[in-house]
Write a protein that binds this ligand. Structure first.
Ligand code: HEM
Length: 273
């Protein structure tokens, strides 16, 4: 109810919503036009694929997504995909600055696989050290700190009976810091814990306590894309630069829905000759 009261913040929110809607509508119209004129392909980006699958559905079944639905999908992908992955990349750089020994190990591995040359997909799969580091950052600085669910019918959860209509919050960030699962060093940056895979990292508790991308039917659809993007970004940086924290850096993970560093991440990069 309170979001309809014309406060300063609500008015700004509404202005931003309308502006975003207009920008997205423009991008979608432009894409549709370009496809129609043969100037763009359906498969050169995600929006093209979405529009193609939607027009096929409309042709075959007579129903599909409206312009508003397509706009909402674009917003979802943008919001779900950009802030999360950039948090992962930023905290990886912070951790590698704080733990120079891991920065050196990660760079050695990258130079071993790619040298100073171009990255390629198969090579990215062989980056064991970087995978361990990214897992440890996803655990300690879980980009989406919590997910929520609601029961639509009476549901048994462990030894609890939960009535319908209850909102449940599942704070991954707490599970990822639980000493019973990860050991007394749960709050420390120790990528080695993932050296034998996720199952061994949780001291016999399986892979389910590690779920930065959620799990089950609504698991993050961009999971593999995000990991590939983070690997590419970090590998390109490590190939070219060494880095450390600036004296002005203030450690300030700020849990809202994601957990950005409240005062930014001040880093100093040195070009590797
Ligand atoms: C490190 C990066 C990322 C993390 C940690 C992450 C995490 C998550 C989590 C926890 C959920 C489940 C939310 C819920 O169930 O309430 C989710 C859903 C989703 N994510 Fe990601 N995500 C990341 C990157 C991406 C990227 C790059 C994309 C798109 C390119 C993306 C697209 C989505 C979408 C569309 C959903 C909704 C799926 C559905 O409801 O069926 N995410 N993500």
């Amino acid at each position: 109810m309170e979001r309809f009261i014309p406060t300063k913040a609500n008015k700004k929110f509404e202005e931003n919503r309308v502006e975003l809607q207009t920008v997205l509508r423009g991008i979608i119209d432009k894409k549709k036009k370009a496809i129609k004129l043969g100037e763009a392909s359906h498969c050169d980006d995600l929006l093209g694929i979405l529009l193609e699958s939607n027009s096929k559905e409309i042709e075959e079944d007579g129903v599909g997504m409206s312009m508003e639905d397509v706009i909402e999908e674009c917003k979802l992908f943008y919001i779900a995909g950009s802030e999360t992955t950039s948090n992962l990349i930023v905290y990886t750089m912070v951790c590698l600055s704080l733990h120079q020994e891991w920065q050196i190990k990660a760079r050695d591995e990258i130079l071993q696989v790619f040298g100073a040359g171009e990255l390629y997909f198969e090579g990215l799969k062989n980056l064991k050290i970087l995978t361990m580091i990214l897992n440890e950052v996803l655990r300690l600085y879980t980009p989406v700190i919590m997910i929520t669910r609601a029961t639509d019918k009476e549901t048994k959860l462990g030894n609890m009976m939960i009535p319908p209509g209850v909102q449940l919050s599942l704070a991954m960030i707490h599970v990822h810091h639980d000493c019973e699962i990860w050991g007394d060093d749960a709050t420390e940056f120790k990528p080695d814990r993932f050296s034998e895979g996720v199952i061994n990292a949780t001291r016999g508790k399986g892979s389910s306590p590690f779920f930065p991308f959620s799990s089950g039917p609504r698991v993050c659809i961009g999971q593999n894309f995000a990991i590939t993007e983070a690997k590419v970004a970090i590998a390109l940086i490590l190939q070219r630069f060494s880095f450390e924290l600036s004296p002005s850096y203030k450690h300030s993970p700020f849990p809202v829905f994601t957990m950005p560093p409240q005062f930014g991440a001040h880093l100093i990069l040195h070009k590797i000759s």
